[in-house]
Design a protein around this ligand. Structure first.
Ligand code: UTP
Length: 293
């Protein structure tokens, strides 16, 4: 079985849920504490053994490319000021090898993944959504790759969501295989709670076989006029076994304001230098306000 060496990070969406911040700036560059969301995702891919990363960008996304490029002026300045820790930090970011391709129009996630066809070739590959953060002991993608090694087919990273929330996600029609693993018999994009085949939602991490590209090419625009990855995966599941794997970890949709705020607070509390003062602010300033709601 082929090893998963390449990952695609679609980051070309328009981020309309986060306007006006995303008018001229990609949502993937929004900082969680002090680090752009996409950096956490690139780090997850590398920690999961990925060797080559392709980021799908669009207009207004130049800052993503700049972030992974060198910043010579800043390097000189930090060196002159003797700020060697910061210098090392920014050099490590620009040492990461990432490739870029532009999606010329935001025609949907499926269309964004199709832009990776040439880069991927005939290998199974990983997809990590640019606005989904997962905080986990074992990186979420590493868990999916393990499941791929075990099951040998496409793997969808899923978690159970509340019934009222199914209409925000792609939902799996599951057939139980073993603990944490189901065969995905079908996939339904944003169903109503009554029509949902389960509460297993696909959450921003995938391992896909290259057969997906032919299917994406044939996929017509679906919900919202966009070419949906969900539709192509649904068709894939009729041709070869596709599995859903319940990964461990806390997932944040940082393209959503609430998700962004939750990630900001929880990641801040994990930073040793911020934890105590921030906790004291939350307890002493915010805590008493909560009682007055
Ligand atoms: P979302 O639906 O969350 O992104 O797509 P969006 O369209 O930017 O968000 P809203 O709803 O308008 O706020 C999930 C992922 O797919 C990427 C997004 O960048 C995000 O990482 N995407 C989406 C693309 O790369 N291209 C697209 O055409 C659409």
């Amino acid at each position: 079985m082929k090893k998963i060496k390449k990952a695609v990070i679609p980051a070309a969406g328009l981020g309309t849920r986060f306007l006006p911040a995303t008018k001229a700036q990609p949502k993937e560059m929004l900082p969680i504490v002090d680090t752009p969301a996409i950096q956490y995702i690139v780090e997850e891919a590398i920690a999961s053994g990925i060797e080559e990363i392709l980021i799908i960008t669009g207009r207004n996304k130049r800052s993503i490319e700049d972030h992974f490029d060198r910043s010579l002026e800043l390097e000189l300045q930090l060196k002159a000021q003797g700020k060697y820790d910061q210098l090392k930090m920014i050099e490590e970011i620009s040492d990461i090898q990432v490739h870029f391709v532009r999606q010329k129009e935001a025609k949907g996630l499926g269309h964004a993944v199709l832009c990776a066809k040439q880069f991927i070739g005939e290998e199974p590959f990983a997809v990590l959504l640019g606005d989904d953060l997962v905080d986990a002991k074992v990186p979420a993608l590493a868990q999916l790759i393990q499941a791929y090694d075990d099951m040998g087919g496409s793997i969808l990273g899923v978690q159970k969501v509340a019934s009222k929330d199914v209409s925000r996600y792609g939902i799996v029609r599951p057939k139980s295989v073993k603990p944490r693993v189901w065969q995905a018999l079908d996939l339904v994009e944003k169903p109503s709670p009554e029509d949902a085949p389960s509460e297993l939602a696909v959450l921003g991490r995938y391992v896909l076989t290259p057969a997906i590209f032919d299917l994406l090419e044939k996929t017509q625009p679906g919900a919202g006029g966009e070419i949906q990855l969900t539709d192509a995966i649904s068709r894939l599941s009729t041709k070869e076994a596709v599995f859903a794997y319940a990964f461990e970890g806390r997932r944040y949709d940082i393209g959503d304001k609430e998700g962004f705020l939750e990630a900001t607070v929880e990641y801040a509390l994990k930073r040793p230098e911020l934890r105590d003062p921030f906790l004291s602010y939350l307890t002493n300033t915010i805590g008493p306000m909560l009682g007055k709601r």
